[in-house]
Design a protein. Structure first.
Ligand code: G3H
Ligand code: 13P
Ligand code: ZN
Length: 314
């Protein structure tokens, strides 16, 4: 199906508006009915454009039919400003499949490949996507990743500002994800004093004036959720995210899409743990999943307002 049949939009106008008006569109990952409806309710209540992000593993978890059935169930209209985005597409085939299902935006993640191979695969995806009016994100530089849920991965390399013009020109992509010190997961910084590399971001923005830049691994890791999880039986210590002032500063420097997954995971888990601890005799999944959903909704609202600055930008 075509994404317009679902009332979705691609990210083209979204990003040009975000850059001209100085905000970022939140790209929130979802993986079930609870997280999807929480994100959508937050977007609707704040009149904010939104990107619904789905990883390949989340697609597998939901199943294509259930995933697209839920998107259909949102009964969207293009004026709602909602994009459905494949997060970290690992191959041409994965992107092609997402486009066929009705995604309006795809990321091809060739960031671990040598420059020329990254160009090649990103260009191939861009050609297919553009033939379907779908927008494409690709990545230069690599983020440190999650080794497991509780450890800090160290393999990373910053984006080289000298490469970005050539990459964008040769690939024809619509937005570029860059590495300036963020990382995936809940363990992003070893100390509170670590700063993102704003010097690199400034150099990239100067090379590509007005061009949409994307920040992955940008969760803020709200400490109230970390503390609640630990209070009610969890064991996640030392989890640290990107402080909101740094994220807001990045938004002022052409970052127009901020990816958030870990914050929703923490919010959801804190809600579930808190609910089960408060009601030890409860066993109705709607109660504890509902508590998780409410937390995700509140966190998305908060980040749309205090980090993305996208409230009332629809
Ligand atoms: O950037 C990665 C996202 O957080 C997706 O993670 O593959 O576990 O769904 P996942
Ligand atoms: P976080 O782990 O910081 O939420 O990053 C999510 C992300 O980049 C999804 O692509
Ligand atoms: Zn990511």
């Amino acid at each position: 199906m075509k994404y317009t049949d679902f009332g979705l939009v691609n990210t083209k106008n979204m990003f040009s508006d975000a850059i001209s008006r100085g905000y970022a569109v939140g790209a929130f990952n979802f993986y079930n009915m609870e997280t999807l409806t929480a994100i959508m309710r937050a977007a609707r209540d704040t009149h904010s454009p939104i990107i619904l992000a789905v990883s390949e593993s989340a697609m597998k978890y939901m199943g294509d039919d259930m995933l697209m059935g839920m998107i259909g169930g949102l009964k969207l209209n293009t004026v709602d400003g909602v994009a459905l985005h494949l997060d970290h597409g690992s191959s041409f085939e994965a992107c092609a499949h997402a486009i066929e299902l009705g995604f309006s935006s795809v990321m091809i993640d060739g960031s671990k490949l040598p420059f020329d191979e990254n160009v090649k695969i990103s260009r191939r995806v861009a050609e297919l996507a553009h033939a379907n009016d779908v927008t494409v994100e690709a990545e230069l530089g690599t983020l440190a990743g999650i080794e497991d849920e509780n450890t800090f991965g160290t393999e990373s390399s910053y984006t080289n500002p000298h490469d970005v013009i050539e990459f964008v020109k040769q690939t024809g992509i619509d937005s570029l994800a860059i590495a300036i010190g963020t990382s995936h997961g809940a363990y992003k910084r070893k100390s509170d004093t670590e700063e993102l590399r704003f010097d690199i971001l400034a150099d990239i923005a100067a090379e590509l004036p007005g061009y949409p830049l994307v920040l992955h691994g940008a969760s803020n890791i709200p400490q109230n959720y970390v503390n609640e999880i630990n209070e009610f039986g969890g064991e996640i210590s030392g989890a640290r995210g990107i402080p909101a002032p740094q994220l807001r500063r990045a938004v002022e420097m052409n970052i127009c899409k901020i990816n958030v997954d870990s914050d929703s995971r923490l919010a959801f888990t804190a809600g579930v743990r808190g609910n089960l601890a408060a009601k030890p005799n409860g066993f109705n999944p709607r109660d504890y999943l509902g508590a998780g959903r409410q937390n995700v909704y509140e966190n998305c609202m908060n980040e749309i307002r205090s980090i993305m600055n996208s409230e009332n930008k629809l």
